[in-house]
Design a protein around this ligand. Structure first.
Ligand SMILES: Nc1ncnc2c1ncn2[C@@H]1O[C@H](COP(=O)(O)OP(=O)(O)OP(=O)(O)O)[C@@H](O)[C@H]1O
Length: 249
């Protein structure tokens, strides 16, 4: 893939490419609709996320946030532009029941390590260390059936950490969680990013109250990132959009 030596985004210091965990430039992507027409979902999306930061991705329903996340995870192919992401990366879904599959929290984290053929001691060490980072260090032997939705999300994140993921792609994890669980997951991700040197997280959300946890944020509209920068800037931008919408009523 062709890339230039430097990548500058307004409001950010000049970044070298190696400082970025996610580098999306002018990406286009089309999907087939129910009527079998091709519909363009991403229309030139551009986003740069520095290594070791937690970024949030916001925008109205259907603007393409999940599609961009899936393209980053390699689950969808983009048709144009350039897309780079540090590897390995992991996608964590909204419904943890789709990814937490083993009977205990510890077994679930160990499950993903199976294909790496690591010595048993190393597996045990990684499982315990990863569960501790997400605040679940005392839950190694707990049945996953007894865990709340947010605790299962944290086990799924621990699984990604145990596999040494460099980037966590997190798709609306807190939508169906109560407030306590929501804060637990947010704090776990914040902890991951601050403790694990170089781990980056991109967090899709609709909840403005989550923005203060982020290091940076981007706002999408109609298949493009239309604003990015520090969380305060994005909050003010969304506030202006909301005021304009109310004035039109
Ligand atoms: N597999 C698919 N085939 C065709 N169209 C799709 C497919 N998946 C998503 N879309 C359409 O792509 C557009 C963007 O969807 P996407 O889920 O990326 O938006 P989003 O910003 O994440 O929305 P939300 O906040 O509601 O989750 C929507 O119009 C959606 O209907």
């Amino acid at each position: 893939m062709q890339t230039s030596a430097k990548w500058r985004t307004p409001g950010q210091a000049e970044l070298q490419e190696e400082d970025l965990a996610i580098d999306v430039r002018d990406v286009t992507l089309s999907l087939e609709s129910a009527s079998r027409d091709r519909v363009q979902i991403l229309k030139g999306a551009t986003l740069a996320v520095p290594r070791g930061e937690l970024w949030m991705l916001l925008g109205p329903n259907g603007c393409g946030k999940s599609t961009l996340l899936k393209a980053l995870a390699g689950l969808l192919d983009h048709s144009g532009g350039e897309l780079r992401i540090a590897q390995p990366c992991s996608f964590v879904f909204q419904n943890p029941d789709h990814q937490v599959v083993m009977p205990t929290a510890g077994a679930d984290v160990a499950f993903g390590l199976g294909r790496m053929h690591l010595p048993e001691d190393e597996v045990k060490r990684r499982v315990q260390e990863s569960l501790e980072i997400v605040g679940m260090g005392d839950y190694t032997r707990r049945s996953v059936q007894t865990l709340s939705g947010g605790q299962k999300q944290r086990v799924a994140i621990a699984g990604a950490l145990a596999e040494r993921s460099q980037v966590l792609l997190l798709d609306e994890l807190t939508t169906f969680l109560d407030e306590e669980d929501q804060i637990g997951v947010l704090e776990a991700v914040k902890n991951v990013v601050s403790m694990q040197s170089g781990v980056t997280a991109l967090w899709v959300t609709h909840r403005l109250e989550e923005l203060p946890f982020a290091d940076g944020a981007a706002y999408m509209h109609d298949g493009k990132v239309v604003m990015h920068g520090n969380p305060g800037k994005i909050e003010r931008y969304i506030g202006r959009l909301q005021k304009q919408a109310l004035a039109l009523r």
